[in-house]
Design a binder for this molecule. Structure first.
Ligand SMILES: [Zn+2]
Length: 314
């Protein structure tokens, strides 16, 4: 199957044709609960049985920027590795089942893909189960933004590429899962959504790697989940930035902070206050920019927090 080049570390080179079609005003503020209630495990939407194992998909199609959950059940199941988008996704044992999460880059081509589950049994023999699924076009808006003169130098594409390359390295390691439950970092209205096509000062085109929350300077920011601090310091565009490794390839980042309360390497407990809302870096007003990533890709954090996950104890 034809695959596009590795998207994980690419900075979008995006042509202005969408602007000809027209632009959509930013979504009105949305209020969401600060913590999720995972509830009972959902029923899988698809099941491919190949005795002694069964592959279950908790999704049908996946939108660009979305996250999908896969489960394998069966007697003598030792390990699971998924192969999707020409990449391997490690599975994790939870009880008798093995699960894996897969993430769709926001620029992944919208079409059909094949998912291959490599399943190792207790004798060390590998079994393969395949399933096809579709990536659909994400529901991304377009917006116009104005960067004031004194911060306009921050629109330099080279700065964006440098920061993206640094973050790409930081969000690459896949460590042991450290999270039990995910939560939104702030109980405040969401403003700009994930994946937004944003044009600054009528010429500079960018993609929005996370979600923005409206909040005043000094508002405490909670960690999305437990984990370990992968970065805490200054980034040219994100300003004061805290990045947390939650394990299993999952990361969350908190940008434009006025203060960071944590240091690199520090263990974080669920919901811990890791910093304060600010207006540092490439920001035009006080707000929290919140990134979520899975295996090297920025994903829709609000959708991720709303997912049922096997580690959430539900
Ligand atoms: Zn933002």
């Amino acid at each position: 199957m034809h695959e596009v080049a590795d998207l994980r570390c690419s900075v979008l080179i995006w042509v202005g044709i969408v602007w000809v079609i027209g632009w959509v005003a930013p979504v009105s503020a949305q209020q969401l609960p600060v913590t999720t209630t995972p509830g009972p495990p959902p029923e899988p939407l698809r099941r491919v049985v190949q005795p002694p194992f069964a592959l279950e998909l908790f999704f049908d199609d996946l939108p660009q920027g979305g996250v999908g959950l896969v489960r394998v059940l069966g007697e003598g199941l030792r390990s699971l590795t998924l192969r999707v988008f020409d990449e391997e996704w490690a599975g994790f044992a939870v009880g008798d089942a093995h699960y894996a999460l897969l993430a769709v880059h926001y620029s992944q081509g919208a079409r059909g893909y094949r998912l291959t589950a490599q399943i190792e049994d207790s004798r060390g023999i590998f079994h393969v189960i395949e399933a096809d699924f579709r990536v659909t076009v994400g529901n991304f808006i377009r917006s116009e933004a104005t960067m004031p003169y004194e911060r306009a130098a921050l629109l330099d594409p080279e700065l964006e590429q440098e920061e993206a390359a640094l973050l790409c390295e930081l969000i690459a390691p896949v460590t042991e899962p450290a999270w039990l439950r995910l939560q939104l970092p702030l109980d405040r209205p969401l403003s700009s959504p994930f994946g937004e096509f944003r044009r600054f000062n009528e010429e500079h085109l960018t993609r929005h790697t996370g979600w923005d929350f409206r909040a005043t300077i000094g508002t405490p920011v909670a960690a999305m989940a437990g984990g370990r601090v992968a970065y805490s310091g200054w980034l040219v565009l994100r300003g004061n930035y805290v990045l947390i490794d939650h394990g299993a390839g999952m990361y969350s980042g908190y940008a434009h902070l006025s203060q960071a309360h944590v240091v690199r390497g520090q263990r974080i407990h669920p919901g811990q206050i890791i910093g304060r809302v600010g207006n540092s870096g490439r920001s035009t007003a006080a707000h929290l920019h919140w990134d979520a990533a899975l295996q090297g890709r920025w994903v829709d954090g609000v959708a991720l927090v709303g997912m049922w996950l096997p580690w959430s104890g539900g």
